[in-house]
Design a protein around this ligand. Structure first.
Ligand code: ADP
Ligand code: MG
Length: 307
């Protein structure tokens, strides 16, 4: 039962004209939507500070995410809304404007990212140069660090859930936005999460070994994504794609910087990946540590000078 009073109880189509299908995940179908004129003066619910014009463009376009009953039953939506509201004022996190509950659908009006998924850009380029990867990785860690600072674990980081604000070559064509808070959870200092969720290849080992886990799981996954960006293939895989084989490798942190893909990649990039994809959560870099200034880092065993 959703009791949140800020949720609108009418059909989203009263406020938006729906356009093409932008994407589909395990839980949501996402369409483009244009705000009808009469609605365009209202402020976004996720912005706590006022002042900013909610819809500066002539035609105000959003991404409209639909969740059906099945998804509502599987994951609920309270965490998705609450976590997003808490962090979506950040430049690298998709903004939440409005929520609707109507019939058997829950709907979110989100900031539209025109550039598509990081996933598709990696596929198109095959892999990123170190320069390109650095730009992408830094924004991703910024976004996740902001979540962690607000006691939120994302738990579903992957290239399908990192979106480009705009198409390549345009002014915002390199801006990354973290999306899909469907598995996100609010976490308190001493609390450990238990449920097993996420996408197989991106799961942290401590999720698989059912020890109870925390924010560090997102940092492991940042390492996996950086690996994918630079190599163009995942660190943990099996020629027959058997999930238990992949999981066994993750539990042992069994991955390689194999040739030819890694031959010309700098040692500091590899070291950064190793410090993220490390089994010991105490030794794993935090989002903050990824950005610590270099002088500081050298005399401790801090992050390498790559970012
Ligand atoms: P799911 O929980 O089903 O994975 P997502 O929130 O990840 O739902 O949305 C599914 C897909 O829809 C994304 O992978 C992406 O391709 C597209 N999408 C989601 N949000 C947006 C957005 N704000 N702008 C553009 N496309 C989006
Ligand atoms: Mg998704």
């Amino acid at each position: 039962v959703i009791t949140d009073r800020k949720i609108k109880r009418h059909d989203v189509r009263q406020d938006y004209d729906l356009g093409k299908l932008l994407g589909e995940g395990a839980f949501g179908k996402v369409h483009a939507g244009t705000l009808k004129r009469s609605e365009s003066e209202k402020a976004p619910i996720s912005t706590t500070e006022g002042g900013e014009s909610p819809c500066p463009e002539e035609k105000c376009e959003r991404a409209i995410k639909f969740l059906g009953v099945a998804a509502l039953k599987a994951t609920g939506v309270d965490d998705e809304i609450n976590t997003m509201r808490r962090v979506s004022h950040h430049h690298n996190i998709v903004k939440l404007y409005d929520c609707y509950l109507h019939g058997d659908h829950f709907v979110m009006a989100l900031e539209l990212c025109r550039g598509g998924e990081l996933f598709d850009r990696i596929v198109a380029k095959q892999h990123y140069s170190e320069r390109e990867a650095r730009k992408c990785f830094a924004q991703m860690v910024e976004a996740i660090g902001h979540c962690h600072a607000h006691e939120i674990v994302h738990r579903d980081l992957k290239p399908e859930n990192l979106l480009y604000a705009d198409v390549e070559g345009t002014p915002n064509g390199e801006v990354i936005k973290l999306a899909d808070f469907g598995l996100a959870s609010i976490i308190h200092e001493d609390q450990h999460l238990k449920s097993i969720c996420g996408s197989p290849g991106y799961l942290a080992p401590e999720i698989l070994t059912r020890q109870g886990y925390g924010k560090e799981v997102d940092m492991w996954t940042c390492g996996v994504i950086l690996y994918v960006l630079l190599a163009g293939y995942p660190p943990f895989w099996d020629p027959r794609n058997r999930e238990r084989v992949i999981e066994a490798k993750i539990k042992r942190a069994e991955y390689e910087f194999d040739e030819p893909a890694w031959k010309d990649i700098s040692p500091s990039a590899k070291e950064l990946i190793s410090q993220l994809m490390t089994l010991d959560v105490e030794k794993r870099l935090t989002a903050e540590e990824c950005f610590e200034d270099h002088e500081h880092r050298h005399d401790r065993s801090g992050a390498p000078e790559w970012l």
